[in-house]
Design a protein around this ligand. Structure first.
Ligand code: SF4
Length: 370
């Protein structure tokens, strides 16, 4: 069966970086003038040659986003269900070897967290777990979705990669979208950061969006964890992945996230820094490359940065997030997966968005599970 891996294996990481770094200002200007941009244009837009054009890119990105999405921004909240994990990921506070108290929320605790998030107005929820098949396998996830599906318009998960039939089951139980970030598309570097557990299987993760597409999941979220490898290389492969999926599973919607490494207990320093300016350039490049893709921004980023970026192409945003199981109402003191940066309340973020002329959307699509 053909998957993204067939296409991916035709590319060479080092050569892609050479190509990107060889792009000239003329390539950037050409990319800016085109109405439909391809992967060569994307390479130009993320290249060092595009640095003097970031302001122009930002204005174009803003105009395209307004035309396609209006003045709206979607709100969502993550809800961590468990910090149990059988993987070692060098950058994560929940990594198996970290000696932290482990906890998995019960039905009652989940409902308590839900009450808090509903009181804040959230209708889109992102359920997050580590990877521990015995405690938070597909049965646990399925039960959690069924437990809360009548309370949310839209349920997304960010959990271990699953098989196609498992995704089909979750979809029939009310799952809308799945986020699965490749972390890095650099095969060797990936191995260093995922030495143990099922996540060490690079190809299984790489082919997860194919399984999601085949299972008919409504939306797939892609991304790389910036800081593990050269952000330009990882961004190119994310764009390649997106383009492949859009052609192959054209009924599915897509979103891109831009997580940068954050401090956590037992922390890892970024190998390759990505500055705020780099991230602005990348967000605008993605918008110019793809007018329809949703672009998402979490509370990993600072207050100031988020205020600047919300008008440049971002279409969904979280607020007041907790990255520990039970963090909202059940056990606020438990250890976080990583430290968030923007610690403002939902109300404060909504006020900021409105002051920027944006209309806050809580619900845009709903199943009726009453
Ligand atoms: S990133 Fe996910 S899989 Fe890796 S240690 Fe953390 S929770 Fe586990």
């Amino acid at each position: 069966m053909n998957t993204f891996k067939t296409l991916f294996d035709k590319y060479n990481w080092d050569q892609i970086l050479v190509d990107i770094n060889a792009k000239t200002e003329e390539d950037v200007r050409r990319a800016l003038q085109r109405s439909k941009r391809d992967l060569e244009d994307f390479k130009a837009l993320i290249s060092p040659a595009a640095t003097p054009y970031i302001e122009e890119m930002a204005q174009l990105s803003n105009a395209i986003t307004k035309k396609r999405f209006g003045n709206t921004i979607q709100m969502y909240a993550p809800m961590y269900l468990s910090n149990e994990c059988q993987n070692i990921c060098t950058y994560c506070g929940f990594s198996m070897t970290n000696k932290i108290p482990r906890r998995t929320l019960t039905d009652q605790e989940i409902l308590k967290e839900v009450d808090f998030l509903k009181s804040k107005g959230y209708d889109h929820i992102l359920l997050v777990t580590g990877e521990a098949n015995k405690t938070v396998g597909v049965d646990y996830i399925s039960n959690s979705i069924k437990l809360i599906r009548s309370k949310f318009a839209n349920i997304t998960i960010e959990v271990q990669p699953l098989d196609e039939s498992e995704y089909e089951l979750l979809r029939s139980n009310g799952l809308y979208a799945v986020l699965v970030y490749q972390e890095t598309y650099h095969r060797e570097e990936y191995k260093k950061h995922h030495p143990k557990g099922r996540k060490s299987n690079f190809d299984y993760r790489l082919e997860t969006p194919d399984r999601l597409g085949r299972a008919g999941i409504h939306k797939i979220g892609l991304g790389a964890l910036f800081g593990l490898e050269d952000w330009r290389g990882d961004s190119f492969f994310t764009a390649l992945h997106l383009q492949y999926l859009q052609k192959t599973y054209w009924k599915t919607k897509y979103s891109i996230s831009f997580p940068r490494l954050r401090p956590h207990s037992g922390g890892l320093e970024p190998k390759v820094a990505m500055t705020d300016t780099d991230l602005v350039q990348l967000i605008c490049a993605f918008r110019l490359f793809d007018e329809d893709v949703e672009l998402s921004m979490s509370t990993r980023e600072s207050e100031l940065f988020r205020e600047h970026i919300v008008n440049l192409g971002i279409t969904s945003i979280s607020a007041e997030s907790k990255t520990n199981p039970g963090g909202y109402a059940v056990d606020p003191q438990s250890l976080e997966q990583f430290e968030i940066s923007d610690e403002r309340t939902t109300e404060e973020v909504v006020k900021m968005l409105k002051s920027k002329g944006l209309e806050v959307v809580w619900k845009d699509w709903a199943h009726n599970w009453q």
